[in-house]
Design a protein around this ligand. Sequence first.
Ligand code: ADP
Ligand code: MG
Length: 453
Amino acid sequence: MIRRLPDAVVNKIAAGEVVERPASAVKELVENALDAGASTIAVDLRDGGAALVRVIDDGIGMTADELPLALERHATSKLATDADLDAIATLGFRGEALAAISAVSRFTVTSRARGAAEGLRLGGEGGAVIQRLVVPCDAGTSIEVRDLFFNTPARLKFLKSAATELSATLRALSQLALAHPEVQLRVANNGRPVLTAPAAATLKERIGALWGWDLAGRLLTVQHAEHGVRVHGHASPADVTRGGRDDVIVIVNGRPVRDPALLQAVLAAYRPILARDRFPLVVLAVDMPPADVDANVHPTKAWVRFRHPRLVQELLAAALHDALQQPTAVAAAVDWSSAGAAASGAPVAAAAPAGQSALFAETAAPYTTAVRFGRVLGQVQDTFIVATTDDEVFFLDQHVVHERVLFERLEAELASGGAPSQALLAKRGRFVGASPRWSRRPPRPAAVPGSPT
Ligand code: ADP
Ligand code: MG
């Protein structure tokens, strides 16, 4: 027999997609606060959110008529017609989160709309409203979610330790904090402050509050606009790295997104200058027409689809590429006098330290192969050239010899004034086959040619 599922069951099923763990509930509630135009958001957690999530905002609030609706599935104030779905300008739009969260928790929602004399409080559990109270309260909304998954034992079992849930929750919160620097965000766990971000005038200021001012001061500025898409943010220079990719954050129209292709574009830009096991710190905000990006891909809204994915990837790569060309992209600590060894980590900077030119000014030791190394006998181990004179045997490392040959060739070219310049150490053009509209820009002339190796 086929039956229509009761609402309570439908909500529980939907909740499984929307609310994966406490971090997802926190994310949804803070997104609602941001959509409500809050300028201050306070989050209280117990056990990383598993025991309690309380989010208090000073946003527009809800009227007594709106509040009960907000808890219903597919009830939203953010979409009016299906055309709105094509250009979403808010973080929420599916009208699912509150229904889902209240279906799997013990909840209290208190809200007072701006201009209303008093507020309304609804409380209940498992999706059912049990309590309804008119209360005096501040304008804005306060939502308390206790005992998440108390009625879904299967999900409850999958919760990790309080520390693990807390770190997932803080990761979600700091991404939102980076996406909205102007909003003050305070987070406490078990009564102790764990994240404090005052309202910031700039993204850099917010990064300073979250990641530390020293670090923020070292970051390079990223700024790029093309074809109606603007990329701005901050990126670490070659010597500021992390062991994982968690600090590569891409924000699209105010929404932190998980986009494997964009992550790859970022990592690719760093590949020439970072060791394989090191990762950059990058916060990039991409602003584009809402119609060119679709957030309606998954209930958590963490993935998006771009109308022109290649364009966005290429733009991010270009933006980072420009930033990494800045002279400070390479640590001042790099010893340029031994630049031969350091060259692999050094983009060709327009204003390379003076020490580097010394490398090229060095006068070549006079020698002729024939005289110095005698007669070539052969090669051993695919690595060494063996040569002899009447009284000596030479083992020459082919690789090193080759470098020397290139070096001298370069020197000769420099001396004759016609050395070809190497503008781009961090190569662009990874997206071969991109449509000609997004063709690469001509390489820039560099003041100093790249060193051999
Ligand atoms: P969505 O955000 O997709 O609209 P939600 O279930 O998260 O769906 O919220 C439902 C509705 O409740 C929202 O559209 C909004 O009108 C209202 N709402 C939720 N949280 C808040 C809040 N913090 N302040 C004001 N209104 C809110
Ligand atoms: Mg929402």
